[in-house]
Unconditional design. Structure first.
Length: 119
Protein backbone atom coordinates (compact mmCIF):
# COMPACT_ATOMS: atom_id res chain seq x y z
CA UNK A 1 0.00 0.00 0.00
CA UNK A 2 1.44 3.37 -1.03
CA UNK A 3 0.24 6.46 0.78
CA UNK A 4 0.99 9.99 -0.25
CA UNK A 5 2.25 12.03 2.68
CA UNK A 6 1.22 15.67 2.86
CA UNK A 7 3.81 18.39 2.33
CA UNK A 8 3.51 20.16 5.67
CA UNK A 9 5.70 23.07 4.62
CA UNK A 10 3.60 24.01 1.62
CA UNK A 11 0.42 24.91 3.51
CA UNK A 12 -0.44 28.54 4.07
CA UNK A 13 -0.92 28.60 7.84
CA UNK A 14 0.27 26.84 10.95
CA UNK A 15 -2.23 24.79 12.95
CA UNK A 16 -1.62 26.95 16.01
CA UNK A 17 -1.20 30.70 15.96
CA UNK A 18 1.30 32.08 18.43
CA UNK A 19 4.46 34.16 18.11
CA UNK A 20 7.67 32.66 19.51
CA UNK A 21 10.22 34.73 21.41
CA UNK A 22 13.30 32.88 20.10
CA UNK A 23 13.76 30.27 17.37
CA UNK A 24 17.13 29.21 16.02
CA UNK A 25 20.19 27.00 16.30
CA UNK A 26 22.85 26.29 18.91
CA UNK A 27 26.48 25.18 18.88
CA UNK A 28 27.35 26.06 15.29
CA UNK A 29 31.12 25.71 14.85
CA UNK A 30 32.24 29.06 13.45
CA UNK A 31 35.72 30.46 12.70
CA UNK A 32 35.99 34.06 13.95
CA UNK A 33 38.72 36.72 13.90
CA UNK A 34 39.35 38.23 17.34
CA UNK A 35 41.29 41.52 17.26
CA UNK A 36 44.33 41.56 19.55
CA UNK A 37 45.61 44.98 18.51
CA UNK A 38 45.10 47.47 15.70
CA UNK A 39 47.41 45.40 13.48
CA UNK A 40 46.81 41.83 14.62
CA UNK A 41 43.90 39.45 14.99
CA UNK A 42 43.71 35.81 16.00
CA UNK A 43 41.50 33.26 14.27
CA UNK A 44 39.72 30.97 16.74
CA UNK A 45 36.82 28.55 16.60
CA UNK A 46 33.65 29.72 18.33
CA UNK A 47 30.51 27.84 19.22
CA UNK A 48 27.74 30.11 17.98
CA UNK A 49 24.11 30.21 19.07
CA UNK A 50 21.82 32.21 16.78
CA UNK A 51 18.15 33.04 17.31
CA UNK A 52 15.48 35.26 15.78
CA UNK A 53 12.00 36.02 16.99
CA UNK A 54 9.04 34.53 15.15
CA UNK A 55 6.66 37.47 15.38
CA UNK A 56 4.19 36.45 12.69
CA UNK A 57 1.78 34.27 14.67
CA UNK A 58 0.48 32.22 11.75
CA UNK A 59 3.92 31.46 10.26
CA UNK A 60 5.09 27.86 10.28
CA UNK A 61 8.70 28.65 11.00
CA UNK A 62 11.81 30.60 10.09
CA UNK A 63 14.44 30.23 7.37
CA UNK A 64 17.19 28.40 9.31
CA UNK A 65 19.57 28.15 6.36
CA UNK A 66 19.59 31.95 6.04
CA UNK A 67 20.74 32.23 9.65
CA UNK A 68 23.55 29.74 9.08
CA UNK A 69 24.74 31.37 5.87
CA UNK A 70 24.92 34.82 7.48
CA UNK A 71 26.75 33.51 10.55
CA UNK A 72 29.23 31.63 8.37
CA UNK A 73 29.87 34.43 5.89
CA UNK A 74 29.91 37.48 8.16
CA UNK A 75 31.71 36.15 11.22
CA UNK A 76 34.41 34.29 9.32
CA UNK A 77 35.30 37.18 7.02
CA UNK A 78 35.37 40.24 9.33
CA UNK A 79 37.10 41.10 12.59
CA UNK A 80 34.85 40.65 15.60
CA UNK A 81 33.65 44.07 16.75
CA UNK A 82 30.57 45.84 18.00
CA UNK A 83 29.94 47.13 14.49
CA UNK A 84 30.26 43.64 12.99
CA UNK A 85 27.82 42.21 15.52
CA UNK A 86 25.32 45.04 15.06
CA UNK A 87 25.37 44.58 11.28
CA UNK A 88 24.99 40.81 11.71
CA UNK A 89 22.02 41.13 14.09
CA UNK A 90 20.19 43.50 11.75
CA UNK A 91 20.88 41.22 8.78
CA UNK A 92 19.69 38.12 10.66
CA UNK A 93 16.31 39.70 11.41
CA UNK A 94 15.97 41.10 7.86
CA UNK A 95 16.82 37.71 6.34
CA UNK A 96 13.53 36.36 7.65
CA UNK A 97 11.54 38.64 5.31
CA UNK A 98 9.03 40.04 7.78
CA UNK A 99 8.82 37.05 10.12
CA UNK A 100 11.29 38.47 12.69
CA UNK A 101 11.98 41.79 14.35
CA UNK A 102 14.67 40.67 16.81
CA UNK A 103 17.85 38.62 16.67
CA UNK A 104 20.28 37.25 19.25
CA UNK A 105 23.78 35.80 18.87
CA UNK A 106 25.96 34.17 21.52
CA UNK A 107 29.63 33.35 20.87
CA UNK A 108 31.68 31.08 23.10
CA UNK A 109 35.39 30.60 22.45
CA UNK A 110 38.74 30.14 24.15
CA UNK A 111 41.44 32.71 23.60
CA UNK A 112 44.96 31.75 24.63
CA UNK A 113 46.84 34.68 26.14
CA UNK A 114 50.37 34.99 27.48
CA UNK A 115 50.19 36.49 30.96
CA UNK A 116 52.94 37.65 33.26
CA UNK A 117 51.21 36.17 36.32
CA UNK A 118 48.44 33.78 37.25
CA UNK A 119 45.07 35.36 37.93
Amino acid sequence: MNLTLPDVASGNKAHTSAPLKWVGMEKISTPINVPMSAEQSVRVNAMTDVFVSLDKADAKGIHMSRLYIRIRDQLSSAQLSGKTLKTLLLDLAESQQGLSQSARVRLEFELMLNKSALL
